[in-house]
Design a protein around this ligand. Structure first.
Ligand code: IPE
Ligand code: IPE
Ligand code: MG
Length: 247
């Protein structure tokens, strides 16, 4: 029985989110520059995307560049932006072939113009695809998203469009950049780091978290399937007791 066959298709997460970490250490381990790790991370992006689409996951969010990543050495930031442009350019036809829709969350206005253009064109070209949505988190941080949402809600409260006493969970959901997507049931982080790094703080409130020592460029389809199998063994209680869940 292959690892893939061990997945219970009736219990798939609808949305998987991944913090793709460890590119720099992967390259360093090979005596190469950090950017070599980022370049090799692209094949892992393809593996994860195809694995998710193949088994029937509907949304995959990949944390590709955080608000905090702007503080990296300018040469690394520049290389990452160039890699983003060339990858989107090259992979749009694969997304079309696999019927995958591209979306983005984050402060897209902060990206270099070339990135914005390439991204907008790929999002537009893939907009009618229906098999899965691949969401890239770019210049994204959850605190940034929450601040933006707060500003929008405050504006509406000021103009009378929203009553303060009516603000609830749903109000916040509807003003975040993730408003069109369900919350991830499963969040994976590679590279052995056990932290959230400002990723989807609101949306991960009840997600199952899965950490693996694998560095991102080494992460393959089987690793993705193993994470899903692990997720399927867990009991999601949402504050209730185990007895309430099983009865
Ligand atoms: C993740 O790998 C990619 C990005 C954050 C863009 P890192 O570049 O963080 O690799 P490590 O953590 O330094 O090994
Ligand atoms: C998180 O990775 C951001 C992305 C994967 C894009 P980092 O490598 O930047 O995270 P920290 O700063 O080590 O927590
Ligand atoms: Mg890192």
């Amino acid at each position: 029985m292959s690892i893939k066959q061990k997945i219970d298709i009736s219990k798939l997460p609808e949305h998987v989110a991944i913090i793709m970490d460890g590119n720099g250490r992967w390259a360093k381990g090979k005596g190469k520059f950090r950017i070599f790790g980022h370049q090799n991370g692209v094949s892992a992006v393809k593996e994860a995307t195809e694995a998710c689409a193949e088994i029937g996951v509907k949304y995959l969010t990949l944390y590709a560049f955080s608000t905090e990543n702007w503080s990296r050495p300018p040469i690394e930031v520049k290389a990452l932006m160039e890699l983003l442009v060339s990858t989107i350019k090259k992979e749009t036809k694969v997304l079309m072939k696999n019927n995958i829709k591209l979306a983005a969350i984050g402060n897209i206005d902060d990206l270099p113009e070339k990135c914005r253009k390439e991204l907008a064109s790929a999002i537009n070209e893939t907009k009618d695809n229906t098999r899965m949505t691949l969401i890239l988190a770019l210049s994204y941080s959850s605190k940034w998203d929450m601040i933006e949402a707060t500003k929008k809600i405050a504006e509406k409260a000021k103009s009378g469009e929203i009553k303060i006493e009516d603000i609830n969970d749903k109000t916040i959901d509807e003003h975040l950049s993730t408003k069109n997507f369900p919350n991830p049931e499963l969040m994976i982080r590679t590279s052995g780091e056990h932290r959230i790094s400002n990723f989807l703080l609101w949306e991960l409130a009840y997600s199952e978290l899965y950490f693996t020592e694998k560095l991102w460029p080494d992460f393959n389809q089987e690793d993705l399937f193993l994470a899903i199998i692990d997720y399927q063994k867990r009991e999601r209680r949402f504050g209730k007791t185990s007895e309430q869940i099983t009865n």
